[in-house]
Design a protein around this ligand. Structure first.
Ligand code: AR6
Length: 175
């Protein structure tokens, strides 16, 4: 685990469903009806009431974000966002990924969330190149927390060692 800016940014390896933070972020799809990867893990950890709560939200556009409770998870809330599916980088993917991070943080702030953990959105099933995604994620998060004191801590929760290394590099470029 690495801490930056007095602990305001943390880069760590691990399973996001284990984190007892105010909110964990789900890399969901437009239907919010569950799936594989981190989405599947979050639904398994939260239990079936999460799917009921998601159904009531009526889906989520790419780049937007919606909140539910965390149910049986240690996290109090889940913020569901939808990153872009990578095509070739010329279909607005960078901008959509940046909006997913930014809108998630806006929803967090509106709901009084102070501690939040992100997975590496879009870099699994949606095939967004991991290094490029890490730079976008870190760029948006550092500029957001710079201007919004309400967010006290952001954790970049990396499921694998490669992502962990990429995030350390990216954060060290920005801070
Ligand atoms: N904790 C933290 N990170 C995780 C975990 C976990 N428990 N499990 C996987 N990851 P993906 P996407 C990492 O595919 O690319 C779903 O089916 C994983 O290693 O979960 O945004 C949705 O329903 C990778 O780095 O999300 C959508 O249909 C990262 O999470 C679609 O996949 C994101 O990989 C979304 O695709």
């Amino acid at each position: 685990m690495k801490r930056y800016l007095g602990g305001r940014i943390i880069v760590q390896r691990g399973d996001i469903t284990q984190l007892a933070v105010d909110a964990i972020v789900n890399a969901a799809n437009n239907t919010l009806s569950g799936g594989g990867g981190v989405d599947g893990a979050i639904h398994r950890g939260a239990g079936p009431l999460l799917a009921d709560a998601c159904r009531a939200l009526g889906g989520c556009r790419t780049g937007e974000a919606k909140i539910t409770r965390g149910f049986r998870l240690p996290a109090k809330h889940v913020i569901h966002t939808v990153g872009p599916i990578w095509e070739d980088g010329r279909h607005g993917e960078d901008d959509l990924l940046a909006r997913a991070y930014d809108n998630t943080l806006k929803v967090a702030l509106e709901n009084g969330i102070r501690t939040i953990a992100f997975p590496c959105i879009s870099t699994g099933a949606y095939r967004f190149p991991a290094e490029r995604a890490s730079e976008i994620a870190v760029g948006v998060v550092t500029s957001f927390i710079d201007t919004h004191d309400g967010i006290e801590q952001v954790i970049f929760c990396c499921f694998n060692e490669d992502d962990y290394e990429l995030y350390i590099e990216a954060v060290e470029q920005f801070v």
